[in-house]
Design a protein around this ligand. Structure first.
Ligand code: 6GU
Length: 238
């Protein structure tokens, strides 16, 4: 999978994505390129933004500059159609299902805005002509899309075959625990324990020491349901 980040701050990448399992496979199972929006500036001062029509605070990135930058990013994909994503708090809320879907693509182009925003016309154009999707990672506002892009990249890479040590792992952590009768429900992860068996007066739950795998599986699902019910009842449809 080839990921191209379109940003005013290419030096932020790969950043934390160069570490741990994603970092080990960077250049092998996946690759990262950046396009610097500033290189497509249309003036000698390298400016990319201007004041908003209608007035108000902040600056707006010009449509022609974003268009040129996205067009340049597309050149990295001569043989396939990448998913194109605009990171914005106005986007559709990101979740594990979106991550699984994006991981099916051989390529992603991720546009990271800054300042007050990007001229709406270039966004409309890329939604209409290139099927661009707008994604938000939560109900809060960041200074720019770069951290959000890293969030969606990390979660997508968990679904790219070969990046996790254990192929079962992306399904078996935090979300999508298989229910006992086989139907898939999104639950928060059950608690994990390791040695020592007793620490600071806290003991590992005895069922985990029993060696009874059926009982252990049942206990874990019960714990996951209980935690989900109390912290995220919305995941259970309540
Ligand atoms: Cl994707 N971008 C920005 N700037 N803020 C956000 C966000 C994205 N998602 C939540 N807040």
């Amino acid at each position: 999978m080839l990921i191209t980040i379109v940003t005013l701050f290419p030096e932020m990448f790969p950043g934390m994505l160069a570490y741990s399992l994603p970092g080990k496979q960077l250049g092998n199972l996946w690759d990262l390129k950046t396009v610097n929006i500033r290189e497509f500036s249309d003036n000698k001062w390298q400016k990319v933004d201007d004041t908003p029509y209608g007035g108000g605070a902040g600056m707006v990135i010009k449509p022609n500059i974003i268009h040129e930058a996205l067009t340049d990013a597309l050149k990295n994909y001569p043989n396939n159609e990448p998913a194109i994503i605009n990171m914005t708090p106005r986007g559709r809320l990101f979740n594990n299902a979106t991550a699984r879907n994006l991981a099916e693509y051989d390529g992603l182009i991720i546009l990271c805005g800054r300042y007050e925003g990007i001229d709406q016309r270039v966004i409309d154009h890329w939604i209409q002509h290139h099927n661009m999707q707008e994604i938000s990672i939560g109900d809060y506002v960041l200074f720019g899309g770069e951290v959000a892009a890293m969030v969606i990249i990390e979660s997508c890479l968990r679904f790219v075959p070969g990046i996790m040590h254990n192929e079962d792992s992306p399904e078996d952590e935090s979300f999508c625990i298989k229910d006992i009768n086989g139907s898939r429900v999104d639950l928060l992860e059950y608690p994990q324990y390791t040695k020592p068996v007793s620490w600071s007066g806290y003991d590992v739950p005895s069922v985990l020491l029993s060696g009874n795998h059926a009982e252990i599986a049942k206990w874990r699902i019960e714990q996951a349901k209980q935690i989900t019910r109390s912290v995220r009842p919305d995941l259970l449809g309540h």
